[in-house]
Write a protein that binds this ligand. Structure first.
Ligand SMILES: Nc1ncnc2c1ncn2[C@@H]1O[C@H](COP(=O)(O)OP(=O)(O)OP(=O)(O)O)[C@@H](O)[C@H]1O
Ligand SMILES: [Mg+2]
Length: 313
C-alpha cells in the first residue's frame, strides 16, 4: 500500500529521515540550513504541508526550494509569480491555434465527422497546454513545486492557490479531477510586499529567514567560494555584518557577500582595507545613497573589531 495514503497529502517514501538528515542532505548540495530551516523542511515532508518562506531579499528563500529538490533527487517546477498572473499562465490553457486548425481540418476534409467527436477531440490531452501548477500536480516523479514571490500575485489568484494547496488536486471541467502519484513538496516564497491572507498562511508551515549569523555566513562563503582564503572570508563576513548595521535602503544580502568575495579574489585582494573597499563597494551596495553612506563609514566597517567575531545564533 502506498504509505502516503495514510495521511492526506503526506509524503513518506523518498522523504527526509529527520532533522539531521535534512541538514546533512541540504548541506551536501551547498545549502547550509539553520535549526529552524531544517526542522520546518523535515516537518513539511512528514505532514505534507507547504512551506511559506518569508524574509528580505537574498537570504536563501528560492535557493532553499532548489536545494530541497536536489537533496530529494526530485524535479523542480517553478512558478514565478507576478502581478496579473492568471490561471492560463499558472495552471493550464487550451491551445486555441491548434484547436482552430483541427476545426478547419474537420470542416474541410472529414465532412462526416460528427461535431461531438471533434469537440471531444478538441478538449483532449493533445490540445492542453500544461502550466507549472498542473505539471507539478500531475507529476509522476517526485517534485518540488516552487511558487516564487507569491506576494506579487492578486488576491483572486491567491484563492486559486489556496484551493490547489488544500487538497493537491484540481478539476478541469473537460478532463475531470487531476492529481498525481504523490503531492509535490511545495515551497512558497515571499518578500512581504503584500500581506498574504490568513487562509493561505494557515495552510502552510512558516519559515522566516533572516541574514545569517557571522558563523553561518562564513560557512556559506566557504561552501560556495571554496578558493577564498579563510582570513579573507572572515574579514568579508564581518565587514558585511557592519554594513548591515548601517541604516541602508538595501543592506547587502548573502548573494552580495558571495559576489563580493569572488570580486576580491578576482582582484587579488588578500586583505580588505579602505582602498579595496571603496574600489569594490558597488558589488555590495546598489543604491547611490547607500554607497555614500557606507563611504562615510569605511574606516569603521573595515576595523578588525568592526563586528563581533562570534555570536549566538
Ligand atoms: N543557507 C544558505 N546556504 C548556502 N547558500 C545560500 C544560503 N542562503 C543563501 N545562499 C546563497 O545566496 C544566494 C541568494 O539566495 P536566493 O536567491 O535564494 O535569495 P532569495 O531569498 O530568494 O532572494 P530574493 O528575495 O531576492 O528572491 C543563493 O544563490 C545562494 O548561493
Ligand atoms: Mg528568490
Amino acid at each position: 500500500m502506498d504509505p502516503s495514503q495514510d495521511r492526506p497529502g503526506g509524503r513518506t517514501e523518498a522523504g527526509f529521515g529527520g532533522v539531521e538528515d535534512v541538514r546533512g542532505r541540504l548541506g551536501a548540495t551547498g545549502y547550509l540550513a539553520d535549526d529552524a530551516t531544517a526542522t520546518v523542511v523535515h516537518l513539511a515532508g512528514r505532514l505534507g504541508k507547504p512551506v511559506l518562506v518569508e524574509g528580505p531579499a537574498g537570504v536563501g528563500k528560492t535557493e532553499l526550494a532548489k536545494a530541497v529538490a536536489t537533496a530529494l533527487d526530485a524535479d523542480l517546477v517553478r512558478l514565478q509569480c507576478y502581478e496579473g498572473l492568471d490561471e492560463a499562465r499558472a495552471l493550464y490553457e487550451w491551445d486555441y491555434k491548434k484547436q482552430l486548425l483541427r476545426i478547419q481540418h474537420a470542416t474541410a476534409g472529414e465532412r462526416d465527422a460528427g461535431w461531438e467527436d471533434v469537440h471531444d477531440d478538441l478538449f483532449g490531452e493533445a490540445y492542453l497546454l500544461e502550466r507549472p501548477l498542473l505539471r507539478a500536480l500531475r507529476a509522476e516523479r517526485d517534485t518540488v513545486l516552487l511558487v516564487d514571490e507569491v506576494d506579487k500575485v492578486d488576491v483572486e489568484f491567491e484563492a486559486l492557490l489556496l484551493e490547489i494547496l488544500s487538497d493537491f488536486q484540481v478539476t478541469i471541467p473537460e478532463l475531470g479531477t487531476v492529481r498525481g502519484r504523490r503531492p509535490p513538496f511545495v515551497v512558497l516564497t515571499s518578500n512581504a510586499t503584500r500581506e498574504l491572507s490568513e487562509a493561505l498562511r494557515r495552510r502552510c508551515l512558516y519559515l522566516h529567514l533572516e541574514y545569517p549569523t557571522i558563523e553561518r555566513e562564513r560557512a556559506i562563503v566557504t561552501a560556495r567560494v571554496p578558493d577564498a582564503p579563510a582570513a579573507l572570508t572572515d574579514q568579508v563576513v564581518r565587514v558585511v555584518r557592519s554594513l548591515r548595521a548601517l541604516e541602508l535602503r538595501k543592506p547587502p544580502s548573502i548573494s552580495e557577500t558571495l559576489d563580493w568575495t569572488r570580486a576580491l579574489i578576482e582582484l587579488g585582494v588578500q586583505h580588505v582595507d579602505e582602498a579595496a573597499m571603496s574600489a569594490t563597494l558597488a558589488v555590495l551596495l546598489k543604491h547611490h545613497r547607500d554607497l555614500e553612506r557606507a563611504m562615510g563609514h569605511l574606516g569603521a566597517v573595515t576595523r578588525p573589531d568592526a563586528a563581533p567575531r562570534s555570536e549566538a545564533s
